[in-house]
Ligand binder design. Structure first.
Ligand SMILES: Nc1ncnc2c1ncn2[C@@H]1O[C@H](COP(=O)(O)OP(=O)(O)OP(=O)(O)O)[C@@H](O)[C@H]1O
Length: 292
């Protein structure tokens, strides 16, 4: 399957192909219905005219990007995401811009946002949660092999493809790194202890977030939720992990969560072991697609 970036690249000489993304313009697309809006702009369903490929076109306003000083972050996001190729990572095919806007050409995730599904169901059954967690563990393994740490895994950043496959969609906080990082970022509920303490962190931060996500999938709320931010921080630092009686969750699932939510980052269950954990083996659909 090839969107026109790839088709164009094949048609052009190699030197021109290097700049393939820069040659897109709005007139290359038929614009369809709005898919949603974010902080910095709108997302539309669109079709690339030459290839007929359906995509999601994200339109960002330069003034808003400048005001919020996120141009650097966006550039990093585009640079990282455009090089990734994995079934559980949303493709970024290319980008272009005009005087007032930046356009991102994204893979279309037909089933929309995962957190809406979670809100609808309140919590997922174990087969569904395990299928998503296994897919995400595979996607994170791939990212880490490319020295990319995501740092912001949470339901709001996950989309669902046509077949029901989960896709990591937002790379705003990701970093390409060979070193250990010391930057403070991410959303409170999913912050690992070493990031709360602003100390050095590495790819193991994503294992922590996967543990938080697994808990939220199964219980419908994140594990360290509290009314005050300071209390959430305190609960994270203590790893104040409690499993409610309802909904009923298997002890193997709780075992996996407990092995991912470990304060010492180096002691968290490695992603390869997550995939071998009995709860994943027994519950995850190997196809990565949850069928209700
Ligand atoms: N590739 C996509 N396929 C399908 N729907 C999408 C896609 N990208 C975005 N959307 C929809 O458009 C909405 C807005 O997306 P966008 O990424 O701009 O904002 P956001 O991630 O929700 O918020 P923020 O601006 O805080 O990052 C999403 O919530 C989703 O419903």
């Amino acid at each position: 399957m090839a969107i026109a970036t790839e088709i164009h690249q094949e048609e052009k000489s190699p030197s021109k192909a290097c700049n393939a993304e820069k040659r897109w313009t709005l007139s290359d697309f038929d614009i369809g219905k709005p898919l949603g809006r974010g902080k910095f702009g709108h997302v539309y369903l669109a079709r690339e005219k030459r290839s007929n490929h359906v995509v999601a076109l994200k339109v960002l306003f330069k003034t808003q990007l400048k005001q919020s000083q996120v141009e650097h972050q966006l550039r990093r996001e585009v640079e990282i995401q455009s090089h990734l190729r994995h079934p559980n990572i949303l493709r970024l095919y290319g980008y272009f811009y005009d005087q007032s806007r930046v356009y991102l050409i994204l893979e279309y995730a037909a089933k929309g946002e995962l957190y809406k599904e979670l809100q609808k169901c309140k919590y997922f059954n174990e087969r569904r949660a395990a299928t998503y967690i296994a897919s995400l563990a595979r996607a994170l393994l791939y990212l880490h092999s490319k020295h990319v740490i995501h740092r912001d895994i949470k339901p709001e950043n996950l989309l669902v493809g046509l077949q029901g496959e989960v896709k990591i969609a937002d790379f705003g906080w990701s970093v390409h790194t060979f070193n250990r990082r010391r930057t403070m970022c991410g959303t409170l509920d999913y912050l690992p202890p070493e990031m709360v303490e602003s100390s050095e962190h590495d790819a193991n931060v994503d294992i922590w977030s996967l543990g938080v996500l697994c808990y939220e999938f199964l219980y419908g709320v994140p594990p360290f939720e509290a009314k005050e931010h300071s209390d959430t921080y305190r609960r994270i630092l203590k790893v104040d992990l409690r499993f409610p009686l309802k909904p009923v969750v298997s002890s193997t699932a709780k075992d996996l969560i407990s092995q991912m939510l470990v304060k010492d980052a180096s002691q968290r269950l490695p992603l390869v072991k997550v995939l071998e954990h009995p709860w994943i083996v027994q519950n995850a659909d190997p196809s990565g697609i949850y069928r209700s």
